[in-house]
Design a protein around this ligand. Structure first.
Ligand SMILES: N[C@@H](CCC(=O)N[C@@H](CS)C(=O)NCC(=O)O)C(=O)O
Length: 224
């Protein structure tokens, strides 16, 4: 008997490499677990502020551990991640607000493109060490994701508007209501309840919550 489709919300920010891992794994498992995966771009800076937390790169010893951890994760999850040479500039100075607004504008106008545009933004900053703050960068990410020129222009025009800011805020506030303190923040809807899971390293636990099986980071390599 087919099981009912369960909803899984993924709250993420493209400044977070751990979110990239979780995103790829959930996209891969979507057909196997028969989940309704809802991508929810939020603003990690707002979550950090509300929860009184700090990104790992802002904690002296975690910042030392981070490059090795990210390299290992990329190999394990088979995601082409690589530390940006200018990490401090990327995280401390440039941030992700504009990228998340661009992504939100895409999500509002062309939700079927959210997945590809998210991936291209991650690829820029966390694979190629490229900018994700300038209009030209968003244009290139949009092109790489297969958006038309008019779709890109529309997202660029809308990313600074109030409805886009409100939507990003509302995703961020929803995660904060669920006591988010970082990213990725995953919300599984099971039997009328919301179960939250933090991190890309909790997939066996998420599988258990969903009543599904975990076959490792690349389920197509399994006997599914
Ligand atoms: N153990 C988690 C760590 C995820 C993580 O460190 N995420 C960062 C953003 S890139 C964060 O929000 N950290 C907050 C915290 O660790 O308290 C994983 O492997 O995914």
């Amino acid at each position: 008997m087919a099981t009912a489709r369960k909803t899984v919300e993924l709250f993420y920010d493209v400044i977070s490499p751990y979110s990239w891992m979780a995103f790829e794994v959930l996209c891969r498992y979507r057909p196997h677990w028969n989940i309704n995966l809802q991508l929810k771009p939020f603003f990690l800076g707002g979550v950090m502020q509300a929860s009184d937390n700090k990104p790992p790169a802002f904690v002296r010893f975690k910042a030392i551990y981070l490059p090795k951890d990210v390299e290992r994760l990329g190999a394990y999850f088979q995601v082409p991640v690589s530390m940006p040479a200018n990490l401090i500039d990327v995280m401390f100075n440039k941030g992700s607000l504009k990228a998340q607004r661009f992504l939100t504008a895409v999500d509002m106008e062309n939700p079927e493109q959210t997945e590809k545009v998210s991936r291209e933004l991650w690829r820029r900053v966390w694979s190629k060490g490229q900018d994700i703050t300038e209009p030209e960068s968003f244009k290139q990410a949009g092109e790489a994701a297969g958006l038309s020129d008019s779709e890109i222009d529309e997202a660029l025009a809308k990313m600074t508007t109030q409805p886009v800011k409100d939507r990003l805020k509302s995703h961020t506030e929803r995660a904060i209501k669920l006591y988010a303190f970082g990213a990725p923040y995953i919300v599984a809807h099971v039997n009328g309840k919301e179960e939250v899971v933090f991190g890309s390293d909790r997939f066996p636990i998420l599988a258990r919550i969903l009543g599904e099986e975990w076959f490792g980071p690349v389920p197509s390599n399994s006997k599914l």
